[in-house]
Design a protein around this ligand. Sequence first.
Ligand code: ADP
Length: 466
Amino acid sequence: MEGKTIKFKLKKELILSYFLIAFICVTITGFTFNKLIKKEFEKYVLNLQKEKSEDIITRIKNQYKSEGQWDFEELQNIGIQALEKGFIISIRDSENRVLWDANMYSSFQCHSIISDFSQNMKNYYKDWNGGYVENEYLIKSDDYEIGALIIGYYGPFFYNDSDIMFLNTLKKVLLVVGLIALILAVLVGILIAQRISKPISMVIGTAEDISKGKYSTRIVHKSTIEELNNLIEVVNNMANALEENKYIQKKITADVSHELRTPLTTLQGNLEAMIDGLWEPTKERLTVCHEEIVRLTRMTSDLEKLSYYEGKELILNKSYFNIYEAIKTTLINFEKEFINKDLDVKLMSDSENLQIYADRDKLIQAVINILTNSIKYTNIGDQIIISLGKVKNGIEISIKDTGIGIARQDIPYIFNRLYRVDKSRTRATGGSGLGLTITKSIIEAHNGEIYVKSTLNEGTEFKIEI
Ligand code: ADP
């Protein structure tokens, strides 16, 4: 619902902005263009009228010059042609006698010309202030005054019907172009709004789905806008992370209940048989029950540890300490196990004073977890070599055994919670499948790395880099 409202708002806003920008541009351009054209056209018409007046004078002068006297017929021709162009002329000789006069020729035509132009100009210009104007010119031939010419016209300038038509067409063209620009702006606005609002509404829809717990929802859309692509990627990544979390949570619950069920069923069966009197509560039977209880206790304690090491609250108490000394001391605690299995254990180091900056207790816990595995998954008489040394990014701790090794297909999973390669075998050895998960959490909390190399029946090497 909300998604739709936002989409609508964004679309409306974008289209409106585009329309407004286009409208402002079109209005400014149209207005300036109109003004400019009007001014230029006025100049052009004024010039043309001046040229026409000069042309009339020249023609009259030439007539006299070529014939040496006035030719009334030719003068009438010039006068009628001038009249057709909107000029009312009166030609006088040197004694001011009228040779030809437009008003005398057709006073009606003269009147209608002036009133037509007046009408045109008043229609075109709202505050037009013009009227009939007369200019008198002397006609000279070889410096002799041969007559005079009076040119009357509608001034200061006039537009004939085709001028008005030209100007009106231009106005219409401008209007149509402006209209097309506005329509285009709205179309572009719609297109862009669609390109922005579509992925945004998809993101909103997906986010809504995610908030309802549908973590498998993904946005399958490629936008041409980088920021929107980033937004889509972030939401998809968030969905991935949530889906993975949900899966892990489910898996842990299933795995833990599965792990708890087996010892509990054994305990229940054994105890019920003893209560019902089917079994004598012998020392051996009670020992089996006790072993199962010990296993359960160890597992719950491991789970507790894991939640502590994986939790956000894991605070590292870092200090500089001699890792060689720390591991040497730890090995003393395992001496009994080493002797029991006749293991040949070696500790090698670049230096007997190898300083490391880490949380001592937690790092030693990680080493103990690996070492316990090495003891568990080796055969009698095998070898364990612990080597320490400086590397480019700090200190490397390697714990290598010549034990049973891990099959290639199991290697990717050994750091997973509750993962045990051979469940029945490790049950006997007492593993919970949490040791390496805890180790990895500790190393990652130190921004370190842990790798494993292993070959079945040959041995395993764990490397920690901090
Ligand atoms: P567990 O408590 O079962 O030992 P871990 O998380 O410590 O659980 O180890 C996971 C699995 O990895 C083990 O069950 C075991 O099969 C395998 N593994 C770990 N270390 C070794 C090793 N040094 N040699 C052979 N297998 C090993």
